[in-house]
Design a protein around this ligand. Structure first.
Ligand code: IMP
Ligand code: MG
Length: 183
């Protein structure tokens, strides 16, 4: 596989921006019901979760005291195969202890990244730890991770847009697209 996006092209839209908007607002309602009257620190995993989290946060009403924080991670070793060992490039700005944390991630592929992060966060003794992902690819699952809020289940295809990238490209697209080999 090439490190640039040169060998790939956008194939077709698999989840439209309208479908995303509807689902994001449903997820926001779930979070609202569960955390009404309480403080929640939405913690986005940079950079993939940025667009999803900004839409999700804006759909949550003032009944929840929403805070935003971010972490940045990189996996050790080969970038195209998840090893499950994650290096924290940027940590949260606040302490997670005794807080309600919702970790917001773009996609669960093998689950190794989220499994590592779950252990890391649990060790910090938050009051509550929830995971929210926009997309899940169950066919690729290697680690058992409980997802509390999930946008969509998708087949084993590489997708971009709405924050998701291939080699840094296509994050800004409002829909989610399948990419394909130019070949
Ligand atoms: P996991 O540890 O295998 O679950 O890795 C998840 C990470 O792989 C995500 O945070 C994404 O950065 C990346 N990833 C996996 N599948 C896709 C995809 O289809 N499009 C874009 N990024 C993906
Ligand atoms: Mg990512």
């Amino acid at each position: 596989m090439n490190d640039t996006a040169d060998n790939y092209r956008l194939d077709r839209v698999t989840i439209s921006k309208d479908a995303i908007r509807v689902r994001v607002s449903e997820l926001a309602s779930e979070i609202e019901r569960e955390f009404r009257g309480r403080e929640v620190i939405m913690t986005g995993v940079l950079k993939g979760a940025v667009i999803f989290m900004s839409d999700l946060a804006r759909e949550i009403g003032p009944s929840v005291d929403v805070r935003m924080d971010f972490i940045a991670v990189s996996s050790y070793g080969n970038s195209s195969t998840s090893s499950g060992v994650v290096k924290i490039i940027k940590d949260m700005d606040v302490y997670a202890e005794d807080k309600n944390i919702i970790l917001v991630e773009d996609i669960m592929d093998t689950g190794l990244t989220l499994s590592y992060l779950t252990e890391m966060f649990t060790a910090r003794r938050p009051k509550n730890f929830k995971i929210c992902v926009l997309l899940e690819k169950p066919e690729r699952k290697k680690a058992d991770v409980v997802i509390d809020y999930k946008g969509f289940t998708i087949p084993d295809e590489f997708v971009v847009g709405y924050g998701l990238d291939y080699a840094g490209k296509w994050r800004h697209l409002p829909d989610i697209w399948r990419v394909t080999d130019k070949g």
